[in-house]
Ligand binder design. Structure first.
Ligand code: NAG
Ligand code: NAG
Length: 290
């Protein structure tokens, strides 16, 4: 039996994909400005990077404070909002005021993504009874509120009648304040999509609901914000990066209760893995498209 060589595969595929015409060497383009191959690549430009993978129609140029601008294909690019839930933010649950403070900025950016025709993805803790059975000890300890397993995932949240802790459909697992309205309306309009997760990362393991959606919709490029920047945001960003997505961390729509050093570590590494920006850096370009 004879198999198609990677070289032949590359050449046959490249004849269908405009913009990428160089020869493959061991699966990687021989053009030093192309990073990857016809299956998945970035193109380095005079200034910045083209992340559209050859689909330049309707491409959008977004300024970045460093190593930019980036050119993205709007129908492959999404905004991911992580864990902006009552459990982490609500006043009555001693939620993080820094997390509440980024909500207006987050809402602004959500509106700009929608107006530019780019999806908004919400990934939040939303556990099932089955998830509780499979929860590793380290996570149960990590989310205990009094040092015992009785106050971890699924536990009754006490005087505030909110259902089991971080359980799917419970009040404490809903997005906080205006974000809940935004999420419900966005999903109803078809601009937003909601994904439950059962670990810090919304992209862990062999697959999650969000990962399946990203694959089904041929997404390549993800912007991230939410809480905590060094935990669930970082976990989701890092797993997305490991799985080959372009990752951009947005500083001003992310927050944490951890010490500053935790954010510094994330900022340092996110800049290496992809890009870091503030929503204000890209808002103008998004609005220009709307
Ligand atoms: C995305 O946009 C590109 C460029 O306009 C187009 O070629 C492609 O078919 C679109 N993909 C989807 C899934 O709409
Ligand atoms: C975002 O804005 C803040 C406040 O102006 C600034 O300290 C930070 O460096 C900015 N982040 C990026 C990635 O430019």
């Amino acid at each position: 039996m004879k198999f198609l060589s990677l070289q032949t595969l590359y050449i046959s595929l490249s004849s269908f994909i405009p913009g990428i015409t160089s020869q493959a060497v061991n699966g990687i383009s021989s053009n030093p400005q192309i990073f990857g191959n016809v299956l998945n690549s970035w193109t380095k430009l005079q200034a910045g990077w083209d992340l559209t993978r050859g689909e330049s129609t309707n491409a959008l140029t977004l300024p970045m404070p460093k190593n930019g601008p980036i050119i993205v294909q709007p129908n492959k690019t999404a905004l991911v909002i992580i864990d902006m839930q009552n459990f982490f933010l609500h006043e009555s649950l001693n939620g993080d005021p820094k997390g509440r403070a980024i909500v207006p900025t987050t809402v602004n950016l959500i509106h700009a993504f929608r107006a530019a025709g780019m999806p908004v993805l919400w990934t939040n803790w939303g556990l099932t009874e089955f998830d509780l059975i499979n929860m590793p000890p380290a996570f149960i300890r990590g989310f205990s509120r009094d040092g015992t397993s009785a106050t971890s995932f699924g536990s009754d949240m006490g005087k505030i009648v909110v259902g089991g802790m971080l359980m799917r459909g419970s009040w404490n697992a809903q997005p906080w304040g205006d974000l809940f309205t935004e999420q419900v309306q966005g999903v109803a309009m078809g601009t937003d999509f909601y994904f439950n997760k059962n670990r810090l990362s919304g992209m862990w393991g062999t697959g999650t609901p969000m990962q399946t959606w990203l694959q089904d919709n041929s997404m390549t490029t993800l912007f991230f914000g939410g809480v905590n920047i060094d935990q669930c945001v970082w976990g989701t960003l890092l797993d997305s990066y490991y799985k080959g997505y372009d990752v951009i961390l947005l500083d001003d729509i992310s927050a944490t209760t951890s010490p500053l050093s935790a954010t510094q570590m994330v900022d340092f590494n996110a800049g290496l893995n992809g890009w870091r920006a503030n929503s204000t850096d890209i808002l103008g370009a998004l609005k220009g498209r709307a």
